[in-house]
Design a protein around this ligand. Sequence first.
Ligand SMILES: Cc1ncc(COP(=O)(O)O)c(C=O)c1O
Length: 355
Amino acid sequence: MSRFLDESLQSIVPYTPGEQPQDMQYIKLNTNESPYAPSQKVLDALNCDEVQKLRLYSDPTTKVLDQAIANYYNVKTNNVISGNGSDEILAFIFKAFCGKKGMAFPDVTYGFYPVFCQLFGIKYNTVPLDQNFCIDVNDYKDINDNVIIANPNAQTGICLDLDQIEQLVCQNKDRVVVIDEAYVDFGAQTAVPLTKKYNNLVVVQTMSKSRQLAGARVGFAVACEQLINDLKTVKFSFNPYNVNRLSIIAGAEAIKDYDYFEDCCLKIQDSRKYLVNCLEHLGFEVLPSKANFVLARHEKMSGEQVYSQLKQKGILVRHLKDQRIKNFVRITVGTNEQIKTLAYTLAGILAGANV
Ligand SMILES: Cc1ncc(COP(=O)(O)O)c(C=O)c1O
């Protein structure tokens, strides 16, 4: 730390992203990316002509992308804002709505939420999940702070249904409820239709998981026009050209290619079943996930041991150090081939541990 770092940042604990080894030597099941390539339509659209145009700034209104998202969700373009990954959209939300009001979220969830709060000087409040790692929406009814819920929840994969989300939104119309749907396409229900009914709801999504574009960094939010305008105020006060030219095209093409999207999502849901079966067969306890990952633990080995022994054998999974889940590992749903190798490797590790 230099002596120039602002006092407000001196104790910040930045977000730790999952490992991104550049050598492609690992079976990579640690950051919930898709095991499949982007849609062929995305690849075709990213042609030389578009690369030539990189000398020009991107469209600050991200019109082509916002229109494609709006068509997909049957909302107006004015109900959409796009960002450089959903992390950027989340940052806009924390900045826009949480100056005076704090933010509340579950004690086990996406690790970036408390980091945004520290960065922007926002007070926050964590609400414990129950003993089965589920969210009880009644726990939020007396909270005046804004609320952010990842649905399915990050780290656990457990989801709320739409009635529970609506309950959360209706409990207190004087707070903003943010539903972070990074993993919604793998089996949960989107709350986007509720944004037409409630003006205190923002739904955030990403193209990093179900649309194979993690490296392009495309995320978006859907909400009533006033809330979207508030987010645009932050965007245009920070980085007007926030989505680059190629990512605008890639995102628009990805959301238009419904057949490919659906095919990939169904394959991942099938593979998730296969992964859960393999893990349970090996004696793991697996939380009921509707996401493209599962959280699993084994009574004979710590999460840290499972993670490091798999890494030694060329398989990367995620070990999160949060107190309540430190005995677990989080495993991204890969292809069946990758899962087969994982299961075989885990069987060897467990045999070696004399389990
Ligand atoms: C719950 C949740 N929200 C948001 C994100 C950020 O996604 P991105 O910035 O890639 O769109 C992630 C990434 O893993 C996540 O797990």
